[in-house]
Write a protein that binds this ligand. Structure first.
Ligand code: 5GP
Ligand code: MN
Length: 341
């Protein structure tokens, strides 16, 4: 978005509007942090705002200010449809293609005609939005919401709730400020959020100190299942539905597991394959260090996408067949996986 577009959007927002904020399926900290940060900002400006999420969030986000007011589309489709159809503006945050909303919600987005505003940091956006504030070098959508409010010239409106939500989003999407997309600009934003009242120690504890014994046992199983392929600088983890059931899997329990595979010395490429018998898919997370693009890999082979070093995808093959497909692709990547080591 250039200056003129910001001015035009500012004009649109100068009168109270009916607004929906939509984020992706299986929302993470950045999805909810950015959505709720924007939510409190727009409420403050006098708009009628609802955040609509395709499905529910993991327990470690349940404390975010406003989380209890989010409409879960798959929980009440009639209400969700009504909100989306009535909205004059729909902000889509932390994703860039409707299919990321899942099979239930995506078709409804195709049939509505509001002013769409996309704010996102993923690569290769679809072109559905009249206003696109998109930058794939940004650490998080939450950092972009801060920049967005700043560009509207309304930074002074950022209060404790907005700061808390945005801080939580940046914290989670940067792996606590350690991923390469974390810049000095990110830290400046974070510093401002602290000044606005975000409590860093409290937010960290609420997000991270929520382990259960079952989750630790599941992590133990995941690490036990890990396979390291030295020749390809690759490590992967599998979790079957049976294993998830055994440790009473709760949404969010596998968050971060793939990073253990990536943390092994000389591993440049890591994956985790998680069976979901209900959806009849294998959900995959890919991670890399260096130049090897898991975004391209996920796009080309596993119906997914994301960022250069963190992406996701899915497979409709069995767990074993999916892993076989993955392993069979590795020889063709030998150059890329050894060049960056
Ligand atoms: P995660 O592995 O943590 O679920 O996701 C890592 C990154 O990849 C996130 O930025 C997420 O938005 C993206 N991502 C995850 N799953 C998918 C998918 O199925 N399709 C696409 N296009 N992106 C995904
Ligand atoms: Mn994000």
């Amino acid at each position: 978005m250039n200056e003129a577009e910001f001015e035009r959007l500012k004009q649109v927002l100068s009168e109270p509007k009916k607004i929906a904020i939509v984020t992706h399926r299986n929302p993470d900290g950045d999805a909810y942090g950015s959505s709720l940060g924007l939510y409190w900002f727009l409420i403050k400006k006098g708009h009628e705002v609802t955040v609509v999420s395709p499905n529910d969030c993991p327990g470690f986000l349940k404390w975010l200010p406003g989380e209890d007011q989010i409409e879960i589309f798959e929980g009440n489709q009639e209400k969700g449809k009504e909100i989306l159809h009535a909205a004059e503006l729909v902000f889509t945050l932390d994703f860039n293609a409707f299919h990321r909303l899942g099979e239930v919600m995506a078709p409804v987005m195709e049939e509505i005609h509001p002013i769409f505003v996309m704010i996102d940091h993923h690569q290769q956006p679809d072109e559905y939005a009249e206003f696109s504030f998109v930058n794939s070098s940004m650490s998080s959508t939450s950092e972009m919401i801060y920049q967005f409010i700043d560009r509207l010239g309304m930074k002074e409106s950022i209060d404790n709730d907005i700061a808390t939500c945005l801080y939580a989003g940046i914290l989670t999407d940067t792996g606590s400020f350690r991923f390469p997309a974390t810049t000095s600009a990110t830290h400046k934003v974070v510093a401002n959020l602290l000044d606005k009242g975000a409590n860093n120690a409290d937010i960290y504890n609420r997000i991270h100190d929520v382990n259960t014994y079952n989750r630790m046992q599941l992590l133990g199983r995941a690490l036990d299942n890990m396979v390291v392929l030295d020749k390809f600088h690759t490590a992967y983890i599998t979790l079957s539905q049976g294993e998830l059931n055994r440790y009473k899997f709760q949404r969010g329990d596998t968050e971060g597991f793939v990073n253990y595979a990536l943390s092994i010395k000389n591993v440049m490429f890591a994956a985790i394959f998680i069976e979901d018998r209900k959806q009849k898919i294998i959900k995959i997370s890919f991670r890399s260090v260096g130049e090897f693009s898991v975004n391209e890999f996920a796009r080309n082979h596993f119906n997914g996408g994301g960022h250069v070093n963190a992406a996701g995808g899915r497979s409709e093959l069995s767990l074993n067949e999916t892993v076989q497909k993955f392993v069979n692709l590795l020889p063709s990547l030998t150059n890329e996986l050894t060049m960056s080591s």
